[in-house]
Design a protein around this ligand. Structure first.
Ligand SMILES: Nc1ncnc2c1ncn2[C@@H]1O[C@H](COP(=O)(O)OP(=O)(O)OP(=O)(O)O)[C@@H](O)[C@H]1O
Length: 290
């Protein structure tokens, strides 16, 4: 299962160019699209989910052309937008059964099979007969995935799946996606770097409509040639640091500021190097892209 995107551009009617010449190949596994607010993530997710058209470019999913074979593609895709509605007074089982009916699955046994399977895969058996209004944020997100699974799609596209989740729920949800990703191709977007760690087989970084990076998560770190420097400095020096270096972190401590910066050279003779992490690499990439 491969998604091939070539020379994709999208300009909204008001003239905003949301995507510019995107070239991307997404293979089987879990693909994470990282970028700040307004980068173009939702636009790309919606185009891939076939709910939005685009100007220039070509997208092929499993060899099918997204313009020509739209109905075929819809059969193999499940899409969970950033915001979606659940019927609060229905139980999860009732809700999923209702959605099956809307999709004209009239055979009761077939509906039961699909609903039971979706509930099992998402690990929601224990709450399957509880009303959706009693679900936590993480459970609602999993219920959303259950909804996507009703048609047994091969690709699942999820926009900002961890937004609004607390740290524990975020970890649980990440683990859940990892397990699901063994059988399905999952494409998800996020603006949180931690969401990608230990989950994605490949990632893309997007900013202002341009794809700045595509590859393995560890390659993002490798491609930053600069180093990370840490140390403590005085109040006057911290202003100089902000002006000349990429400050990843700074903290007021007794006797000055603790800093973490990215740069080719150490800012001070007392600076020490530290191993670069994903966050350093991402910020360095964003600064280069800007
Ligand atoms: N319907 C629209 N009409 C005009 N401009 C739009 C529309 N939707 C999005 N945009 C603009 O397109 C750009 C990309 O928006 P998009 O929602 O794809 O970004 P995003 O990365 O998903 O951001 P966020 O993380 O804030 O959701 C932004 O400049 C946004 O303001």
């Amino acid at each position: 299962m491969t998604i091939n995107i070539s020379c994709l551009s999208k300009t909204y009617k008001n003239g905003t160019q949301a995507l510019q010449d995107i070239n991307l190949c997404i293979e089987q596994g879990i693909f994470g699209l990282l970028g700040p607010n307004g980068a173009g993530k939702t636009t790309l997710m919606r185009i891939l989910a076939t709910v939005m058209g685009f100007g220039e470019g070509k997208i092929e999913i499993d060899g099918l052309d997204i313009r020509r074979d739209i109905y075929e593609i819809r059969k193999i895709i499940g899409y969970l937008p950033h915001e979606f509605g659940l019927y609060p007074n229905l139980t999860l089982m009732e809700f999923l059964d209702y959605i099956c009916l809307l999709n004209e699955i009239t055979n009761r046994n077939e509906r039961k099979k699909r609903v039971t399977q979706a509930v099992e895969v998402t690990g929601l058996e224990k709450v399957a007969n509880k009303k959706l209004k009693t679900f936590s944020g993480g459970m609602k997100r999993r219920a959303g995935i259950a909804l996507c699974l009703l048609n047994d799609p091969r690709i699942i596209i999820v926009d900002e799946p961890t937004a609004g989740l607390d740290p524990e729920e975020r970890i649980r949800y990440k683990n859940f996606l990892s397990v699901l990703g063994r059988e399905k191709t999952i494409v998800f977007s996020t603006h949180i770097i931690n969401d990608l760690e230990n989950v994605c087989s490949e990632i893309g970084v997007i900013d202002r409509g341009k794809l700045l990076f595509n590859g393995y998560p560890e390659d993002l770190i490798d491609q930053v040639e600069e180093k990370v420097w840490v140390g403590t400095c005085g109040v006057d020096e911290i202003a100089m640091l902000s002006e000349h270096f990429l400050v990843v972190n700074k903290k007021l401590v007794d006797g000055g500021w603790e800093y973490r910066i990215v740069g080719e050279q150490p800012p001070f003779a007392t600076s020490r190097t530290e191993e670069i992490n994903m966050e350093d690499a991402y910020l360095a990439l964003m600064r280069g892209g800007a």
